[in-house]
Design a protein around this ligand. Structure first.
Ligand SMILES: Cc1cc2nc3c(=O)[nH]c(=O)nc-3n(C[C@H](O)[C@H](O)[C@H](O)COP(=O)(O)OP(=O)(O)OC[C@H]3O[C@@H](n4cnc5c(N)ncnc54)[C@H](O)[C@@H]3O)c2cc1C
Length: 456
């Protein structure tokens, strides 16, 4: 069983390379030990955004005094149907291009050989190998996942019954997104963060705005606390916190980070080097320490985001076809957080620029003058742009606003240096969208704003 390329892992870091290479005529196999589509399709982006969509609809109705009781089991069934459809889509793509899919765990047996353990237990060969192994949720040291009371993102979107209360440990992206959607759906949520603020890796103004928004939704946000002990009591979970207080809830969700899935696949014996946290080390062309073995997606570290994984997967495919394409600049990978009052950010924060000693100019403009923002309840909305002194180079864009996750796409060409403020100041961005703020901020920076009063 010989292939040109064997891809281990069928998530967004794996299947795009497989499809792209097979379309160019290479003989490709994919080895997948669980579900086609990986974390994003089955337990991450897709079900979380399905829940988010319904949660936001409920929140919108409440604004005009409306109320709706979402039948939890119907929500889970509907969300699962979207997941299934996305998963089938991945299978369809692979099948359409003649990619052979093996079910089982891929274990490296050498530079060109992969043992498919489990179902089929056979060895396959590939001239090139792509490792797109992804990550697992990191468990608490005090108590592991039990799938019933102590959950990760793998179970929270598939619960048979709606929990009355959920405590979430970890105020990172997954924690705040899950807190938002559950609160909108009428679940009482405690969000516990060890650092001094939720989303502490983001621009401070951004994380403060998200914290205020979460509180407005009724989420109990507790920052600066760690968990001393976890005990399952009665039908729920009791947490003892470092500040001496206790928190009880039906369910505990742990969202404290991700662990690369690099153990048990014999990488070290074949010579594939890992970094100190277990992520696969890659060159700028995404080749591992063993020539001919590439890696892409979450398993190589950097921003653990699907769009970054997809692009890396495609870069690997091109390099296998003989290109020498270098990987994307991780600072130009937009980060998006789906929290109603959404967050989107690209480039550096003020703190990072200060730490690097880079001189910059900071423009901050409120966005709640836009009716598109008012309609969607964005009272804390703003955009912050950090530029060089002549404003010709953009160092960072940070948006806090409804629809920020879509709006940031309009800023990417500017962050890449392909558009200047002068260029966008007369572009007719569609009204009534949040994206039209781009023209206004350009005018603002050029000293000629229409909707912002600048007093002399
Ligand atoms: C709750 C949640 C919400 C998210 N929302 C978003 C979002 O909205 N937008 C966004 O950009 N990102 C989001 N992400 C991140 C996104 O899911 C990941 O960046 C993406 O899944 C990474 O893809 P990957 O292919 O690298 O890894 P994975 O998706 O983890 O896929 C790895 C695959 O490899 C398989 N595998 C691993 N080891 C082996 C082996 N030895 N043999 C065979 N198969 C193996 C696994 O079973 C899995 O299917 C979210 C993540 C979570 C947890």
């Amino acid at each position: 069983l010989k292939y040109d390329v064997v891809v281990v892992g069928s998530g967004v870091g794996g299947y795009p390379a497989a499809v792209s290479l097979a379309r160019k005529g290479l003989k490709v196999a994919v080895v997948e030990e669980h579900l086609l589509g990986g974390e994003c399709t089955n337990y991450g982006c897709v079900p979380s955004k399905a829940f988010y969509h319904i949660g936001e609809a409920v929140r919108a109705l409440r604004k005009v005094g409306g109320s709706v009781e979402v039948a939890w089991e119907d929500l889970v069934e509907w969300s699962s149907s979207i997941v299934e459809s996305a998963r089938r889509g991945v299978g369809y793509l692979l099948e359409s291009y003649g990619v052979e899919v093996y079910n089982g765990r891929g274990v490296l047996k050498g530079k060109n050989r992969v043992l498919v353990q489990g179902g089929e237990n056979l060895e396959i060969e590939g001239d090139k190998i792509v490792l797109a192994l992804g990550t697992d949720p990191r468990p608490l040291t005090q108590a592991g996942f039990d799938g019933v009371r102590i959950l990760s993102n793998r179970e929270i979107f598939y619960l048979k019954e709606k929990p009355l209360s959920v405590s979430i440990i970890g105020g990172g992206v997954i924690g705040v997104e899950t807190a938002t959607m559950l609160a909108n759906l009428g679940v009482q949520v405690n969000l516990l963060e060890k650092g001094s603020r939720v989303l502490s890796f983001l621009d401070q103004d951004v994380s403060v705005a998200v914290r205020n928004h979460l509180k407005q939704l009724g989420v109990k946000v507790v920052e600066g606390v760690s968990v001393s002990s976890v005990s399952k009591e009665g039908g729920g979970v009791r947490l003892r916190l470092s500040n001496g207080s206790e928190v009880e809830s039906d369910i505990l969700m742990v969202a404290i980070g991700r662990v690369p899935k690099t153990s048990g696949v014999n990488l070290e014996n074949v010579g594939v080097e890992l970094d100190s946290q277990g992520f696969i080390k890659v060159s700028t062309t995404l080749e591992t320490s063993i020539p001919g073995i590439y890696a892409a997606g979450d398993v190589v570290g950097g921003p653990l985001l699907a769009h970054k994984a997809i692009v890396e997967s495609l870069i690997v495919a091109r390099n296998i076809m003989g290109a020498q394409k270098t990987n994307i600049d991780y600072k130009l990978v937009p980060l998006t957080i789906f929290t109603g009052l959404e967050v989107a950010s690209i480039g550096f924060t003020e703190k990072e620029l200060n730490d690097m000693g880079v001189k910059f100019v900071r423009y901050k403009m409120p966005l709640n003058y836009l009716s598109a923002v008012k309609i969607k309840d964005g009272s804390y909305s703003f955009i912050k742009i950090l530029t060089s002194e002549d404003s010709r180079k953009i160092y960072g864009v940070h948006i806090v606003s409804p629809n920020a996750s879509e709006t940031i796409s309009a800023f990417i060409p500017m962050a890449l240096g392909k558009l200047l403020f002068e260029d966008v100041s007369d572009i007719p961005y569609p009204h009534l969208t949040v994206g039209e703020a781009l023209r206004e901020i350009a005018l603002f920076i050029l000293g000629d704003p229409v909707h912002i009063v600048v007093r002399k």
